[in-house]
Design a protein around this ligand. Structure first.
Ligand SMILES: NC(=O)c1ccc[n+]([C@@H]2O[C@H](COP(=O)([O-])OP(=O)(O)OC[C@H]3O[C@@H](n4cnc5c(N)ncnc54)[C@H](O)[C@@H]3O)[C@@H](O)[C@H]2O)c1
Length: 246
């Protein structure tokens, strides 16, 4: 399929994990992808490996100037923005007793402020063209609550409800906004944290057994980012082997 021929996409968190896999798929289907990540070396390496017209932009999604510079770079290079996928986030493991206000703010700053800044800048570019696809990566942890991540769960719940509201705001300009809620997925980030010990427990709750990988999340994101998903907006799609069924 070449669903993104002639289109430009921004994917945040594209240095590794789910964001990188999404960037690779959109590029393989014809998009020029701006890979954005705070990890400068990592995102450059990812863009080099993906090749083609795709390019890296070192970006802190929580810094307004950095987000403005990213969008300027995209317009300078391609003149348009069709797709935004927000995958960048901090995925913490902090028990409630250790959850300080400083740690709370650290996560909110990236996971929620960052989504606002990215959607603000991207939608301003999309609206005059009356076309746009925004896919925000939330998490299935928000539906039942997950221990050791109260601030993360709060931030991702915000991502879902913000996406619903933004869908209403932008529908008139034919811009769709949806969220995808992955289940536990085997990424570098998870492997570096105590979350890696939860795969067995999660497997027990899944309708389909096995360990989720970024490749399992990508197809849902690519579909919602495509032109043919024009009649779907304000939705949250759990992509978690049927762990959450409501
Ligand atoms: N892996 C999972 O089990 C899982 C489950 C549910 C939801 N998610 C969500 O999927 C997305 C990707 O998860 P992952 O496991 O691939 O994460 P990861 O930690 O492997 O990658 C996250 C990327 O975001 C980047 N990033 C962090 N802060 C940033 C900032 N301020 N500006 C720009 N980039 C920044 C990091 O450098 C990193 O490359 C996240 O939104 C996460 O919350 C993941």
């Amino acid at each position: 399929m070449n669903r993104f021929n002639g289109q430009t996409a921004i994917v945040t968190g594209a240095a590794r994990g789910i964001g990188r896999a999404i960037a690779e798929r959109l590029a393989s289907e014809g998009a020029t992808v701006a890979l954005a990540d705070i990890n400068e070396a990592g995102v450059q390496a990812a863009a080099d490996e993906i090749g083609g017209a795709s390019f890296a932009v070192a970006t802190d999604i929580a810094e307004p100037e950095s987000v403005t510079a990213l969008h300027s770079a995209v317009i300078d290079k391609t003149g348009q923005l069709d797709v935004l996928v927000n995958a960048a986030a901090i995925v913490p493991f902090v028990p409630w007793d250790d959850l300080t206000f400083e740690e709370w703010r650290r996560v909110m700053r990236v996971n929620l402020d960052g989504i606002y800044l990215m959607c603000r800048a991207a939608s301003d570019l999309m609206r005059p063209r009356k076309y746009g696809r925004i896919v925000n990566i939330a998490s299935n942890s928000i539906f039942d609550g997950t221990p050791n991540m109260a601030h993360y769960v709060a931030s991702k719940g915000g991502v879902l409800t913000f996406s619903r509201s933004l869908a209403t705001e932008l529908g008139g300009d034919k811009i769709t906004v949806n969220s995808v809620c992955p289940g536990l997925t085997d990424t570098e980030g998870v492997q570096e944290s105590p979350h890696k010990d939860a795969f067995e427990f999660v497997d027990m709750l899944q309708a389909i057994k096995g360990t989720g990988t970024p490749a399992d999340i990508v197809p849902a994101v690519a579909f919602l980012a495509s032109e043919e998903a024009h009649w779907i907006t304000g939705q949250a799609l759990a992509v978690d082997a049927g762990m959450i069924r409501h």
